[in-house]
Structure formats: structure tokens, C-alpha cells
Design a protein around this ligand. Structure first.
Ligand code: AMP
Ligand code: MG
Length: 442
């Protein structure tokens, strides 16, 4: 039996011995890709919408954004200085002196003509006058006053310090490609082209719920054995980074009937359901039973820490209007740090992929471990750490105290994960390690 065939129709639910993180990611990506193909073949209406730039942050661009204009629209100066015709640079004299005949400002061009021994004073962004092709920056001149400027020929080459028409973007070419997760710079870029609205993929609807008899909502006093439900709140924060529609399905008790109706309702409302808790060895049995009735779900033991148990697959709520409807399901482990790690490692990319993004993986950087880190080969570890600059200016990381899967403070104090890969063993102080920054992601 192929452990990746978790989504084939009527496949038995799998309990894989120990799944490599990369295999889990591949299985998720391939299921999401199947779902995308299916929904494209249904050609669902309303899958794209037009939003204003201010609403477009963190949405995913649905079509290439074609530039309606050349940028810059005309040749202009890249520096404050003096614009002239480069013919004068071919003279034998080392020193060039030009007469200043006017000034060009950004938004206020110089419209007169300029002779071979003349120039104008020009500001950054001002249009280049007719027959000028070179700018000598103010700071490279030998001397200048309102009537003349002198500079050495070797300070500038013909054509330098001007920005040419269409140098950044040409009319009709893609300024931003489809699939881009829109960032502030993209909104500015669209605005610079005079574009006020963007076609983006519709917001994914993501339902979240927490399962566990011990969980209490905020505002209720804690009884013996009760704990506050923190996972729904960290998940809400994580999902808000992606500008999605969140459907909060609250806390569900650990009993099959409540879980079944909660999963069914969530799946009928949302594209994706993310639950936490109830998938560890002690509890998975009745969750599995429910999942067998509702869809195709694999129960995985992933070779990672934290985040070992996880359920993943599709739920198929009976919907007479839409018999082919499927929701993606992530059953994350209950431990609060494991929720965030599995979200980072698996859920985030899947949501982006499902929403049409072409780049779903957050970047890794490298830093020097300040202290030794113990690590067993054979699993991927996500240790919480602080990335900072060492005394020699190089990036270093130090772990944030106790690394238990339930200790949220280790996440809250951290600004990054140190990712210790599957085959890596112990890390010595001074070794380079891979680091994933939280900023903007977690
Ligand atoms: P479970 O995966 O359900 O066995 O839960 C593992 C641990 O995480 C247990 O200590 C739970 O009490 C805790 N836990 C589960 N769900 C939550 C939650 N929503 N908020 C905080 N802790 C939780
Ligand atoms: Mg539980």
C-alpha cells in the first residue's frame, strides 16, 4: 500500500509508521493539486473577484497585471546635476566647461533648446530635455554656479545617470505575475501604473475548531483540570496573516456525536477545516471512526518534533446542491506549539497553493548556533530561537529555554525556528544551522 495514496477514493485510512516531513508535504501538495484540477474543471463561478488596492494586501493575484504604460513614461534624470549632450565628451580636453541655460524640475520640464556647449541644471525625476543624453551629478563637478559648470571628462560616460523610457516596465508586459501573494510593494507598483483595482482569487473560507473535554473558552472560570483554549486564538492570528475568511466553530467535546456534527457543519461551510487536538494515539481511535464516515483521511505519525501526530485528507459533506464538494481537512495535534509548527510546515503552504499562489514556501536563512543543540537523526525538529547579530556582526541563534511542545512561551519569546533536518545529528556551538524567521508568517 502506498502511504501517499491517502486521497484515493475509498482508500483505507492509513496509519503510517513514521512519515518523513518531506513526504508529508509532497502528499499534501499532490492532494491540493488534485482538488484544484477538480474545481477548475467545474469552472466555479465567483472564484475571482475585483478588489481595491487597499483590500488586496495578502490576497493572491488571479491574472497577470499588464502595464498600461511605459515606466518611466519618458527619459528622465536619475540624479541631481547637469544634463547635456554627450558629444562634448569626445573632445580632447580633460576638463569640460558648459554654460547653464536653465533648470528642469520633476514635474516642470525645461522646454528650450540646448546648444553643444550648454547644459541645464536638472533635478532627480525631471524630464531630460531634447537632445540631452547624459547627466553629471552635482557632487562630481569641479565647480558650478548659476551660469556655468566645470567637470572632468572621466567623471561621467555618455548616457549615464538617466532613466530611459520603459526601462522598468514596458506597456503591455506583465508588471506582476498571476499567483503573486500581494505585498505592500505590489500595491504601490499597481498604483504607479494608475491601476486602482486588482483581480484576485476569492478569499478561502477556513473553519477552525478545538477539540477536548478539558478546554474552556475565555471568560469562563477554570475548574479543576480545565485549561483555556489557546489554539483557536493562535490559529486565528496565523490565518489573519493570509487575509482569509475565518469561520470559528468553537470548542467541541470529545464525543463522537458532537465531533461528527461539528466536522460536518464546518465542512459544509468551509473550503478548509483545521481542528486541533484529538489525533494523538490515545484519542485518535474515535476520531478515525468519524473520519471514515465523512471522507478520506490519513492519520499520520510524522517524524518531526513537535507535531508528530496529524490527520490530513478530505471531508465530503453530503450536499445535494453540490455533490462533488470536498473540504480539505487538517487535524493538527493539540499541543499549542505543535499547532503552530504544523501550521507553519504544512498548512500555510497548502492554503496558499489552494488559493492559486505560485510561491508557497517561506525562505530559510542560515545562522550560527550560540550553544550546542542536542538532536537525534531520523526526525525534523523545529526549535524556537532568537536570531540576533553576534559580536562579529554575523547572524547567530540561541534557543528560547525549555522546548516542550506545550510551552507557548518558547514561541512567544522567539523570532524564528531553528530547523534541524531529518538526517542531522547533534549541533556544536559555532555550527551553521537553517533558520526560518517568523516575521510576517507566524
Ligand atoms: P491532544 O492532542 O488532544 O491529546 O492534546 C495534547 C495536549 O494539548 C493536551 O495537554 C491538551 O490539553 C492540549 N490541548 C489540546 N487542545 C488545546 C487547545 N485548544 N488549547 C490549549 N491546549 C490544548
Ligand atoms: Mg485531547
Amino acid at each position: 500500500m502506498n502511504k501517499l495514496e491517502i486521497h484515493s477514493p475509498n482508500s483505507p485510512i492509513l496509519l503510517t509508521a513514521s512519515l518523513h516531513v518531506d513526504e508529508a508535504r509532497k502528499a499534501i501538495a499532490s492532494l491540493v493539486s488534485d482538488l484544484l484540477t477538480e474545481s477548475q474543471s467545474r469552472n466555479e463561478a465567483g472564484s475571482v473577484e475585483l478588489v481595491t488596492l487597499d483590500q488586496a494586501i495578502n490576497r493572491i493575484l488571479a491574472e497577470d497585471l499588464l502595464s498600461p504604460i511605459d515606466v518611466p513614461a519618458a527619459d528622465n534624470s536619475a540624479m541631481d546635476g547637469f544634463a547635456f549632450n554627450g558629444d562634448c565628451l569626445s573632445s580632447k580636453d580633460d576638463i569640460v566647461t558648459l554654460k547653464v541655460v536653465g533648470t528642469a524640475y520633476a514635474g516642470k520640464p525645461y522646454e528650450g533648446s540646448i546648444g553643444k556647449t550648454e547644459c541645464i541644471k536638472i533635478m532627480t525625476g525631471a524630464l531630460m530635455p531634447n537632445n540631452c543624453d547624459t547627466v553629471i551629478p552635482q557632487e562630481f563637478t569641479e565647480s558650478s554656479d548659476s551660469s556655468s559648470v566645470t567637470f572632468k571628462q572621466n567623471q561621467v560616460k555618455r548616457g549615464e545617470n538617466q532613466r530611459l523610457r520603459g526601462e522598468d516596465l514596458q506597456s503591455g508586459k506583465a508588471a506582476i505575475s498571476a499567483g503573486r501573494l500581494l505585498r505592500p510593494s505590489d500595491l504601490g507598483l499597481a498604483a504607479s501604473l494608475g491601476i486602482a483595482t486588482l483581480k484576485v482569487h476569492r478569499k478561502l473560507k477556513v473553519a477552525i475548531l478545538s477539540s477536548g473535554d478539558e478546554l474552556r473558552p475565555l471568560g469562563q472560570a477554570l475548574d479543576a483540570g480545565g485549561i483555556y483554549d489557546s489554539n483557536r486564538h493562535s490559529l486565528t492570528g496565523l490565518l489573519n496573516r493570509l487575509n482569509l475568511e475565518i469561520i470559528d466553530c468553537g470548542i467541541v467535546r470529545d464525543d463522537p456525536a458532537s465531533l461528527k456534527s461539528a466536522f460536518l457543519e464546518a465542512a459544509s461551510l468551509a473550503d478548509v477545516l483545521i481542528s486541533s487536538g484529538g489525533v494523538s494515539v490515545g484519542e485518535a481511535d474515535f476520531t478515525k471512526q468519524i473520519m471514515q464516515e465523512l471522507g478520506d483521511v490519513g492519520f499520520w505519525k510524522i517524524a518531526m518534533r513537535p507535531g508528530r501526530p496529524m490527520a490530513f485528507g478530505v471531508l465530503k459533506p453530503a450536499d445535494p446542491k453540490n455533490p462533488d464538494r470536498k473540504s480539505l481537512f487538517f487535524g493538527l495535534p493539540g499541543n499549542p506549539v505543535a499547532v503552530m509548527v504544523t501550521f507553519y510546515q504544512f498548512v500555510r503552504s497548502a492554503l496558499l497553493q489552494l488559493n492559486g499562489a505560485n510561491q508557497t514556501e517561506p525562505p530559510l536563512i542560515q545562522a550560527i548556533a550560540q550553544t550546542p543543540i542536542r538532536k537525534k537523526p531520523g526526525r525534523t525538529e523545529f526549535q524556537r530561537a532568537i536570531l540576533e547579530r553576534g559580536p562579529d556582526g554575523r547572524p547567530t541563534v540561541r534557543l528560547t529555554g525549555s522546548q516542550g511542545a506545550g510551552i507557548l512561551r518558547s514561541m512567544s519569546e522567539a523570532n524564528c525556528f531553528v530547523i534541524l533536518h531529518h538526517d542531522q545529528g547533534n549541533i556544536a556551538a559555532g555550527d551553521w544551522v537553517d533558520v526560518a524567521l517568523f516575521d510576517g508568517l507566524l
